[in-house]
Design a protein around this ligand. Structure first.
Ligand code: SAM
Length: 348
């Protein structure tokens, strides 16, 4: 069969928002500026030029998991562990809300020292201010997700990391791929906006596997996609591995935008860490969300070291916000102070 040309593939993607696996592989390997521009035009058509901002509070770096790539893995004794008090989380949230943020993202390692009930009480305090709450706390039971939802949580981020079961098993000792899928299904059943995503650049990950990730996101109709790029952390078993390919990750973001045109896609901190202006490049390749770290104590930002030299750790929230405004203006974009649900996006 004659291979589809990039131009034909992009025309199909722009009009039908579906693609075959071979076409996705072709775009991942060969999609150049035409791919990036196509994704940018679909983003403009469905979402406009606004960029949603979220205040990210990484409230605990304790983690019981041992994911081979992550600096917070339980077996890393070199990381200084911290856990914010509920009062601190609420105070950080309120400070961000006063600056105009309409979404608070609460993220942590899988910390059994912080009970679901405690998180529920924090959510209730934040929800008094009429903002959206996104959680990213890892794997929980249906009943726990249900309690968090009843307390007021609106959205949940849980990356599948890779939709390839074998690769998943390789990097997530003592974890179950089936349970990860079950979590995503439960979150959907409970009425959360569901965010997932993958980590690009793990050794053994092929472009075919990445194409399967895209098809998986399409199949579950993800509401948000965080596409991260792997950055080696020296105190992990992958400390000497090569970092992921920035441009491949950019092409992945662009393909996700083409296939899921109205969803929310953050320009991740990992992109900015791997390449100067990486965030701006992601925003020009289909992304429409930026998460800014809202911890008032800068030490926490440094200690939430999933990978080294994380971008922006020394900045205060107001500094990050004004730097973002300036950099967005250069690409004809602007911050939108909205809770920014998927259903707020235009339908094309
Ligand atoms: N515990 C929650 C969970 O498992 O979803 C949230 C915290 S977890 C640290 C957040 C994300 O960090 C993961 O989904 C993973 O993709 C990313 N991450 C961890 N180590 C990384 C690394 N070395 N490079 C890039 N991203 C990394």
């Amino acid at each position: 069969m004659e291979e589809n040309s990039i131009k034909n593939i992009l025309n199909t993607a722009k009009s039908e928002h579906t693609l075959t696996k071979p076409d996705i592989v072709n775009l991942l390997q060969n999609g150049g500026d035409a791919l990036i521009n196509a994704a940018d035009s679909v983003r403009r058509k469905y979402i406009g030029d606004g960029v949603y901002i979220r205040a990210l509070i990484e409230f605990s770096n304790y983690c019981t998991r041992t994911c081979y790539y992550c600096g917070l893995r339980a077996e890393n004794n070199r990381v200084h562990r911290y856990r914010m008090s509920p009062e601190e989380i609420a105070a950080n949230s309120y400070a961000a809300i006063e600056k105009g943020f309409k979404t608070i993202v609460l993220q942590s390692g899988e910390d059994c020292g912080f009970s679901v009930d405690e998180v529920c009480r924090v959510i209730e305090r934040i929800k008094k201010k009429d903002v959206a709450v996104t959680l990213s706390l890892g794997e929980k039971s249906f009943e726990e997700y249900s309690r968090l939802k009843s307390a007021g949580a609106d959205r949940y981020l849980l990356r599948i990391e890779t939709a390839n079961k074998e690769l998943y098993k390789k990097y997530h000792p003592k974890m179950s791929f089936e349970n990860r899928l079950r979590c995503l299904e439960d979150l959907r059943k409970l009425g959360y906006e569901v965010g997932t995503g993958s980590l690009i650049g793990l050794e053994g990950q092929t472009v075919e596997m990445i194409a399967e990730d895209v098809l998986f996101f399409k199949e579950i109709d993800a509401d948000m996609l965080g596409i991260g790029v792997f950055i080696p952390h020296p105190d992990t078993p992958l400390g000497t591995a090569a970092a992921g390919d920035f441009n491949l990750t950019l092409r992945m973001i662009a393909i996700c935008r083409l296939l899921l045109p109205d969803i929310n896609i953050p320009a991740t901190t990992a992109m900015e860490t791997l390449k100067p202006e990486g965030r701006k490049l992601a925003l020009s390749a289909g992304a429409n969300v930026v998460m800014l770290n809202a911890a008032e104590n800068v030490d926490y930002k440094k200690e939430y070291s999933i990978y080294p030299d994380k971008a922006g750790v020394n900045e205060r929230l107001e500094e990050s916000l004004s730097a973002l405004e300036i950099s967005l203006a250069k690409i004809g974009r602007k911050i939108i102070m909205s809770s920014g649900f998927r259903y707020n996006n235009r339908c094309g």
